[in-house]
Every structure is written in structure tokens, then in C-alpha cells.
Design a protein around this ligand. Structure first.
Ligand code: C5P
Length: 406
């Protein structure tokens, strides 16, 4: 529950995207947030207060001059109650009123009165969004520290295509969680990691590869970005979206992955090798498709060793804090500790890929993490939780290693 005990004041202004606000309240509450809703007059033309009362579990506030409402949680109390004010959708008109510092109804007054961060999720027609008046208002609000989340670009309710779509409710929930989490433990650090399989070409249409889905590496990239790191993700061919805020470099072969890592490693403080790199590649890639022939029952391929990417990082004179993975089926601890030493790693995360429901291609994982002189079990959980847990260990040990260093 990423928003447990967080108090979010959700402002809704008048726009067609207001129909998504009920879903947004549900998703915020799924993550443990206490949500109170404030609507502008025109918002009520698009969605009823009754709907939002039902999903939030609290009456909707909409009037500045309602003695009954002020006798309950008055507007100043409401402004002080919030940990975060999120206005979604934020219309062009609402942003103009905020930029002018108006307190002409409850929502604008709350924005003036709250000590909490205020975030806007703009939503409007693309021409209205591009209008210089709207852009000037956005710039004014940004210069005052108002957070601007979105808008997205794409097809709009009115049939236009362009910028002005409200961010998806799940994306907004994620932004709230990032905004409200405590000090970011990886802030100021550059984390470089590899993920996914590599493909080693045999001819123009065939390759050798493996079953790695990239899910663990992508979960690590997402978790590291959420913990404040600048993240560079060197990824083999996978079918996964790039996590928010992560710089992704796509590669195919082990050699390309090696080169991309070495182009970025010099200014990184942490390197995680999560990719399932093919150990061997074809000695020669056939320029034409290899043909099956009537008289050949066997085909012999000559393979040569690929560079060991993580070992080459471990051998650098100013190596980053280096974390490897060991996917094993037997004697997990013994092989993991061997790799820790041989590849000059600071930490290794071992998983038993012979167990059902964890490791390759699965959504869950369990790891045993080893470092020189210690170890810890991370029991079976979804890969994002495992990633956060592993990064917490990385932070502790990185800080230990660097204590006292300039
Ligand atoms: O030796 P093994 O392949 O089991 O080691 C696994 C670890 O080494 C992983 O962290 C993997 O990303 C890394 N590795 C690598 N380059 C290779 C082979 C493995 O970086 N060629």
C-alpha cells in the first residue's frame, strides 16, 4: 500500500475527463489513501457529487459559503488536513483562476490556503492547451512550485488529436506515491543495469537466446527510479514498457550489451547485471540463411565465448558498486559465492530457477542475497517488492562501503 495513511484532497474541475475521477478515487483508496473530494460548480455538470461521495466514503465539499460545511471541516481545516492536493482534471479556466491568485470558490481558495504540495493534471482540448494564455498560466503556476503532471498526447473526446489528455488514473496514483514518499535513498546516484536476454545471430533469420522476460530487471529499474536514482537500463529484446523516468538503451547481442554498458559505466555509482547474457555466440554469422540439405543429418555450429560483462565491470579500476544475479538449479549458495569472488562483485542475488513460480518469466521471485561476510533471504514476493527489498540492501552496503570516502 504505497499511500497508506496519506491524506489526499482531490479537486475536480469541469471537463469531460471528470468521468475518470471516480476511478482515480478508487485507485487512490486501493493504495490506502484517505481521499476527500472538492468539486467546482462546473465539475458537477460532468459527474455527480453522489458518485464521488460513494467512492470516497465522505461527503463532497463544494461551497465556500455553506455554514453547515464550515461547521464540520471548514475550508482552512480542509486545506491543513491534506498531505497533497491533486486537481484532476484541471481545466484551462481553473488554471487561469489559480494563476491569477483568485479565491472565488472553495477549490481555488483551498489552493491558496494549503501548506501542502499542489499537483495539477491538466485536461483540455489540444488547441486550448496550446493557446499562449494557457501556456503562460502553466509557466506561472510552475514557477510557484505547483506540480504539473501531464498532459498526455493522443485522441481526444472532441475528436481532435494532440496534447491535452489527462494522465491515466494509475499513472496519477504512482505520481502521488512518488511525491509523498520520504527522503529518496538513491537520490544523486546513477544506477546502470542490464536486463532481459541477448540474441546471438546464426544467420539473417535465426538466433540463439533464452527464456529471460526482463521482468526482474525492469522492476529494478522502476524501483530505483522511484527511490530517486538516475537510471540507465540496457535491455535485450523484451516485450515490456519502459518505466517512468528511466533511460533505456535497446541492444540485441552480448557484444552490443557489453559496449553499451562500457559507454555508460564511467559515471555510474551502482551497476546491476540482471541480464541473462548468452555465454556463447556463433564463431561466424552466416551471411545467407543456413540451408538444410538432403545428405546432412547433422549440423555442427562452432560457438565462441562472449565477453563476461559483469566481470569486465568488476575489473575496472574505479568500479561501481557491482551486483550480479546467479540463476541456478543446484548448489545455489556454492555457485553464487564462487561468482561473487571470481567476478569481483560486491553483492550477488541468487535464485533457484528450478522451483516452480519463481525466476524466469514468472511474476514472482525469491532471492538469497550474498555479500562478503553475510547473506539475507528475500522470501517469495512479486518482482517489484523483491526489487525494492534488494535495492534497500544495496543502499545499506553502498553507504557502508563509501562511508568516509570523499
Ligand atoms: O556466470 P553466470 O552467467 O551464471 O553469471 C550471472 C551473472 O553474470 C549475471 O549477473 C549476469 O548478468 C552476468 N553475466 C554477464 N555477462 C555474461 C554472462 C553473465 O554480465 N557474459
Amino acid at each position: 500500500m504505497e499511500l497508506a495513511d496519506k491524506r489526499i484532497l482531490l479537486g475536480i474541475s469541469g471537463g469531460i475527463a471528470a468521468y475518470k475521477s471516480a476511478e482515480l478515487v478508487r485507485r487512490l483508496k486501493d493504495q490506502g489513501a484517505d481521499v476527500r473530494v472538492v468539486m467546482t460548480r462546473s465539475a458537477k455538470e460532468f459527474i455527480t457529487p453522489l458518485t464521488l461521495q460513494a467512492v470516497s466514503g465522505h461527503p463532497v465539499a463544494d461551497s465556500l459559503l455553506d455554514p453547515a460545511a464550515e461547521a464540520g471541516m471548514g475550508h482552512i481545516e480542509l486545506a491543513k488536513w491534506a498531505d497533497l492536493v491533486l486537481i484532476a482534471p484541471a481545466s484551462a479556466n481553473l488554471m487561469a483562476r489559480m494563476a491569477a491568485g483568485m479565491g472565488d470558490e472553495l477549490l481555488t481558495t483551498l489552493c491558496l490556503a494549503t501548506p501542502a504540495p499542489v499537483a495539477l493534471a491538466p485536461a483540455m482540448n489540444q488547441q486550448m492547451y496550446r493557446n499562449p494564455a494557457t501556456q503562460a498560466n502553466l509557466a506561472t503556476l510552475a514557477s510557484r512550485g505547483i506540480l504539473l503532471w501531464g498532459p498526455d498526447s493522443g485522441s481526444q473526446a472532441c475528436g481532435d488529436v494532440g496534447p491535452g489528455r489527462m494522465l491515466d488514473p494509475l499513472e496519477l496514483v504512482q505520481r502521488c506515491a512518488l511525491q509523498l514518499q520520504g527522503p529518496q535513498p538513491l537520490a544523486g546516484l546513477h544506477l546502470l543495469l542490464t536486463a532481459g536476454p541477448t540474441r546471438e545471430a546464426l544467420d539473417p533469420v535465426r538466433f540463439i537466446s533464452n527464456h529471460s522476460s526482463g521482468k526482474m530487471g525492469f522492476a529494478l529499474a522502476r524501483a530505483a527510479a522511484e527511490m530517486g536514482a538516475r537510471v540507465t537500463l540496457v535491455s535485450g529484446p523484451v516485450n515490456l514498457p519502459t518505466p517512468t523516468g528511466v533511460t533505456r538503451i535497446d541492444v540485441e547481442s552480448a557484444q552490443q550489451m557489453h559496449d553499451a554498458v562500457h559507454a555508460a559505466v564511467a559515471d555510474s555509482q551502482i551497476f546491476i547485471g540482471c541480464a541473462a547474457v548468452a555465454d556463447y555466440r556463433a564463431a561466424a554469422i552466416s551471411p545467407q540463411k543456413i540451408k538444410k540439405t538432403a545428405d546432412n543429418e547433422e549440423l555442427v555450429l562452432t560457438l565462441v565465448k562472449n565477453p563476461d560483462i559483469i566481470a569486465s565491470v568488476g575489473a575496472l579500476p574505479n568500479k561501481p558498486f557491482t551486483v550480479g544475479f546467479a540463476a541456478e538449479t543446484v548448489d545455489v549458495e556454492q555457485y553464487a559465492l564462487g561468482k561473487l569472488q571470481r567476478k569481483r562483485l560486491d553483492m550477488i542475488a541468487a535464485n533457484d530457477v528450478s522451483r516452480a513460480g519463481q525466476g524466469f518469466n514468472s511474476d514472482d521471485n525469491a532471492l538469497t542475497v550474498f555479500w562478503p561476510g553475510g547473506s539475507q533471504e528475500l522470501p517469495l514476493a512479486d518482482k517489484l517488492s523483491i526489487a525494492r527489498h534488494l535495492l534497500t540492501l544495496v543502499v545499506e552496503h553502498y553507504q557502508c562501503d563509501h562511508r568516509g570516502r570523499p
